[in-house]
Design a protein around this ligand. Structure first.
Ligand SMILES: Nc1nc2c(c(=O)[nH]1)N[C@H]1C(S)=C(S)[C@@H](COP(=O)(O)O)O[C@H]1N2
Ligand SMILES: [Mo]
Length: 320
């Protein structure tokens, strides 16, 4: 039998059972108190703003969307491989850095060419229409994809609430840009902006999104409110939105502004229109357990039946 040198403990490092138990009670008691405080915070007008907003379950009804046969991407993958440049440019940065994002208080300012401009509180928006479960294919312009069960209701509801004027032809989405919560790396014109033609935004598939996987969005997913436009590349789906503006001119959008030859305003998923630096014919699925890992990309990301008519008569090679 080999006898190694016994580890030596200083008596001060040994936790007597009694003091361990006391400490455990303190810790769990503290957690229970924090839980109560959190519940109280949910019911009362906020006196303080927690820096970490715990995910909460969202009540949902079945969604009105075409069925997706592929397996749902595991939640842990969907929340750890993200693009949210306000928090850094690497895929792991948003999860690592978005903890600073404060989800409450949060309002969305509806403005521009509409008859009902208003600043609306997130709680009001959450309750405005029944929340649906909507599993969509999600295709990033960087040729990777996921299958995500989002929670939200059609963006058309909010647009109807805003009552756009007849001259409104576009809707612009403006994300939060706050240096006290975000890194906001150089090389971008913050805030992040995106936009859709009004008829695109009114399509029933365009989703005003509050959650995923049956619960509120994680910060890195664009909490507390984002849009999801499943037939377009991922960058059209602006995160952490604070303003929605109706315009008569095509809005300036972040990626188009940075590099118009690579990122068009329309950015419909189109396997026949390649990015100048890579093919768009295939996509890599972000889920190590699915096979094959790489699959053919579908026109309009598989939503052609629902949206192709929006682009009748348009040259989608020019309007990429
Ligand atoms: N405000 C903001 N919204 C954003 C981005 C961003 O950097 N900032 N990235 C876009 C891009 S490129 C993609 S692919 C999707 C990623 O969404 P996900 O992280 O939920 O998959 O968010 C889009 N929305
Ligand atoms: Mo993207």
């Amino acid at each position: 039998m080999l006898i190694g040198k016994a580890p030596e403990f200083k008596s001060s490092e040994i936790t007597p059972r009694e003091s361990f138990l006391n400490r455990r009670n303190l810790i769990f008691g503290g957690l229970a108190a924090a839980g109560l405080a959190y519940e109280w915070h949910q019911k009362m007008p906020p006196l303080f703003t927690p820096t970490v907003h715990a995910a909460t379950k969202l009540p949902t009804v079945p969604g009105q969307a075409p069925a997706v046969s592929d397996a749902i991407t595991p939640q842990g993958k969907a929340t750890s491989y993200n693009n949210f440049y306000e928090f850094g440019t690497d895929k792991a940065d948003p999860k690592a850095n978005a903890g600073k994002l404060k989800q409450r208080p949060w309002t969305v300012k509806i403005e521009g060419l509409c008859n009902n401009p208003k600043t609306v509180d997130i709680e009001t928006l959450l309750k405005y229409k029944p929340l649906e479960d909507r599993t969509y294919r999600f295709r990033c312009v960087e040729a990777w994809s996921m299958i995500i069960p989002w929670v939200g209701y059609p963006l058309a509801n909010l647009i109807n609430f805003a009552q756009p004027k007849p001259e409104a032809k576009y809707v612009e989405f403006i994300s939060l840009a706050d240096r006290s919560q975000m890194d906001l790396p150089g090389g971008f014109n913050w805030p992040y902006t995106e936009g859709l033609r009004l008829d695109e935004a009114m399509n029933p598939l365009a989703l005003l999104t509050f959650g995923a996987y049956g619960q509120t969005l994680e910060n890195q997913q664009g909490a507390p409110i984002r849009v999801i436009v499943p037939w377009k590349y991922g960058f059209k789906s602006a995160k952490s939105i604070v303003r929605i503006r109706f315009t008569d001119k095509q809005p300036v959008t972040t990626w188009n502004d940075i590099s118009a030859s690579e990122y068009g305003f329309y950015s419909n998923v189109n396997p026949t229109h390649n990015h100048p630096r890579w093919s768009q014919a295939h996509e890599r699925r972000i889920d190590a357990s699915v096979f094959p890992r790489t699959v053919a990309t579908l026109p309009f990301n598989g939503y052609g039946n629902e949206v192709a008519s929006l682009y009748k008569g348009m040259d989608l090679n020019k309007n990429y």
